[in-house]
Design a protein around this ligand. Structure first.
Ligand code: URA
Length: 209
């Protein structure tokens, strides 16, 4: 069964408070999401494999650690996921970036993929799928389907705010996918918003309404 990790680092929690605040304007909201994405990238890369190499310090030879060259892929779910990409790339600039676009079918209300572009070596990469909100879980589950259909073997899901309904949806559909969140909120309301949440992440990132 997939694990759920809540990143309760004080800096992440502090910044998330101001992301939630409805008085926070678009510019600051975008900057804060970017900063939290960087901090979350720091936490999520904690288990990256290392290897020893030899370097020459000014004093002597040294056995030192270097990243073992694991191939990573970042995949934002359009459009709100885009707000987290640059923040992650600050720490892992060599990661490739794919994209998944989904729309909601007006009749079935189910998410349908309309755009998927992934790095060509999809089987070899560890993917971090990102979306600021994990609400019903419908989009996340479908985006994971999209990645798996194209051969992805290793997928983790990272978001800012989740609710129990979304976490359960991923766990049930994709028990191999671990979930990384900054906060687990109380519930979904009747309009599909996370409570207390932060409102519509895409609208707040891009100043649309
Ligand atoms: N998507 C959002 O942007 N916000 C929510 O609260 C739920 C889904």
């Amino acid at each position: 069964m997939g694990k759920v990790y809540v990143f309760d680092h004080p800096l992440i929690q502090h910044k998330l408070t101001f992301i939630r605040d409805k008085e926070t304007g678009t510019k600051e909201f975008r900057e804060l999401v970017d900063e939290v994405a960087t901090l979350m990238a720091f936490e999520i890369t904690r288990d990256l494999p290392l290897e020893d190499i030899e370097v020459q310090t000014p004093v002597s030879p040294a056995q030192a650690k270097t990243l073992a060259g694991k191939k990573l892929g970042i995949v934002p779910i359009l459009r709100a996921g885009l707000g987290m990409v640059d923040g992650i790339l600050k720490l892992i600039p060599a990661a490739k970036v794919g994209h998944v676009g989904l729309y909601r079918d007006p009749e079935t209300l189910k998410p349908i993929e309309y755009y998927v572009k992934l790095p060509s070596d999809v089987e070899e990469r560890d993917f971090i799928l990102v979306d600021p909100m994990l609400a019903t879980g419908g989009s996340a589950v479908e985006a994971i389907n999209s990645l798996k259909k194209r051969g992805a073997q290793s997928i983790r899901f990272m978001c800012l705010v989740a609710c129990p309904e979304g976490v359960e949806a991923i766990k049930e559909a994709h028990p191999d996918v671990d979930i990384y969140i900054a906060a687990l909120d109380e519930k979904l309301n009747e309009k599909g918003y996370i409570v207390p949440g932060l409102g519509d992440a895409g609208d707040r990132l891009y100043g649309t309404k």
